[in-house]
Design a protein around this ligand. Sequence first.
Ligand code: CA2
Length: 143
Amino acid sequence: MNITIINGPNLNLLGKREPGVYGTASFDDCLADLIKNFPTVHFTYFQSNIEGEIVDAIQKAGFNQDGIIINPAAYTHTSVAIGDAIAAIQTKVIEVHISNVHAREDFRKISHVSAKAVGSIVGLGLQGYALATEWFVSNANKQ
Ligand code: CA2
């Protein structure tokens, strides 16, 4: 099974800044755990701080992967282009947010992704990525 993980702006800083909100682990740590814990999954990881590059990554993964896990970070709340890209592809998408966006500022309650995703996981920390992977593995033969 092939899963692409796409992370948006500033998530390259995980583990280095704001540990109170986003924890102390880097995404490299998280990816190493995913690779270890899901040996049947081939993960492709992409992170960008640039909106158009994220759209390109969605289109690239959107027709040849078994699942996409995306955390568009701040673009979640602003990017019609990322929402449109998710609506345009075949691959199912799970939206993940590390923090509980519903318990933060009002602007974080808006998502251009949620309605186009198969589901969303918010507020469960980096474990959200493992839970999303688990869903794709469990539902592989139903897609
Ligand atoms: O909770 C999430 O996963 C977010 O997508 C994270 C975004 C935020 O804009 C969304 O509202 C919720 C921010 C990512 C910034 O990541 C940092 C990581 C470490 C240090 C500073 C920022």
